[in-house]
Design a binder for this molecule. Structure first.
Ligand SMILES: [Zn+2]
Length: 288
């Protein structure tokens, strides 16, 4: 195995990319916690914390030793969401009309667009309209570099191996909230998704689900999460680019009241280490 290339933009992102490793890239867009100096909003520290995919970057940190790449955002999704399109703008939050293209997605409607309107159901993130320049600057400084580096890492792996596999990593609350389509329902241990087959060949998604089931976990496929912008943007199975999303139930590794790691954290991390080792073997065989 060759060297590891480190990418670092302070307060924005951090990545480790094995030079010529296996064409397998993990990314954690929601585990960041650092707001820029002077940032203010209506949310309490607790409300900001429950919206972070806490420790997900740490749960996958071992993949670099296995020859895969890992990119993580250092900024919080509640500041700007790397797993949204730059078109998922909510015009009702802005001081002036948005000058660029916009799409009205379900997530924007419920207040979870590129810039969040609701921190938790019914609670507004800001008590003031945002300036267009402020939103633009968040896109240029945080969202764009994250997307660019992920794109570059996937392209480099694809150029070397003719194919690339991408795992977009998240955590979910153990039950749905009114902002989700499964309000009040208990969730499985894992949800793996590929936008209903759009972003990955079926073999990789099925392999991942089966590997988790073999470890004793309950796994749901494409429900209640189908995947979002990052796999949508980078998955292209016909071009041998396979992107899947993994949602981990937080009850597997956190105390959901205190957000501290539970005693099961290491058990889960051990199983995820086995999962990614199996993925490495899968990718090596599939890219031969
Ligand atoms: Zn997430």
């Amino acid at each position: 195995m060759g060297d590891t290339i480190e990418h670092r933009i302070p307060d924005v992102l951090h990545a480790l990319e094995p030079d010529g490793g296996v064409p397998l890239i993990f990314d954690s867009p929601h585990s960041g916690t650092t707001f820029p100096d002077g940032f203010t909003c209506n949310a309490t520290p607790w409300q900001l914390r429950v919206n972070v995919d806490v420790h997900v970057d740490e749960l996958f940190s071992h993949v670099v030793r296995q020859g895969a790449g890992l990119l993580r955002a250092l900024f919080p999704r509640t500041f700007i969401d790397a797993n949204r399109s730059v078109r998922e703008i909510d015009p009702s939050m802005l001081e002036e009309p948005w000058p660029g293209p916009m799409v009205e997605s379900r997530k924007t409607k419920v207040g979870m667009g590129l810039i969040r309107r609701h921190i938790v159901p019914g609670v507004l993130m800001y008590d003031r309209p945002l300036a267009v320049d402020e939103v633009r600057s968040r896109i240029d400084t945080y969202h764009a570099p994250y997307h660019q580096l992920l794109s570059d890492m996937l392209d480099r792996a694809h150029a070397l191996h003719g194919a690339v596999w991408h795992v977009n990593c998240h955590s979910m609350k153990s039950a749905g909230t009114p902002m989700n389509i499964d309000e009040g329902k208990r969730r499985p241990d894992f949800v793996v998704s590929d936008l209903d087959g759009k972003t990955s060949g079926p073999a990789f998604l099925e392999f991942t689900a089966e590997s988790l089931r073999t470890k004793g976990y309950e796994v749901s496929v494409n429900y209640p999460f189908r995947g979002a912008e990052l796999i949508n943007r980078f998955g292209d199975p016909s071009g041998n680019r396979h992107s899947i999303q993994i949602e981990i139930n937080r009850a597997l590794y956190l105390d959901e009241k205190t957000y501290e790691k539970s005693i099961d954290f290491e058990v889960l991390r051990g199983d995820l280490t086995t999962l990614s080792a199996e993925m490495v073997a899968f990718v090596e065989q599939a890219s031969d």
